[in-house]
Design a protein around this ligand. Sequence first.
Ligand code: FES
Ligand code: FES
Length: 159
Amino acid sequence: MKLTMTVNGQAVSFENILPTRRLIDILREDLQLKGTKEGCGEGECGACTVIMDGKAVDSCLLLACQLEGSEIITIEGLAKEGELDELQEAFVSHGAIQCGYCMPGMVMATKALLMENPAPTEAEIRNAIAGNICRCSGYSQIVSAVLSVKGSPEDVEES
Ligand code: FES
Ligand code: FES
């Protein structure tokens, strides 16, 4: 099948792509956007989260036949002119990143939340990352980072 979509603001098209090719493979292998990570490959871990038409989605579960005309944002689409965006900076400054494997997914899940709701509560943040597994951080620093971006940091209880 043919496929045309937008990735990080750039139009991309494929003349002959398998309808069952996964979005994560299109991103990582066809477009060489390796920031999106694969963990479980089954929609359970959130490592592969990207933003599609404004919503956080698992790129391991989406197939080429579902992508026509879509607008995809990956972790590579956030930094501008070599500068991390505000949310990425907050993850760094709050020590939210340890091994880092879950981070692209965490950042994209919370970026999607902030795009829809610029001032989420702690509960809304925790709900937004409910599908994202982190084996290292304990989640509190991640929540603190997102709260700081909305501009009204709150105390975050240890999870
Ligand atoms: S790799 Fe997609 S949800 Fe785990
Ligand atoms: S920082 Fe290691 S899995 Fe989240």
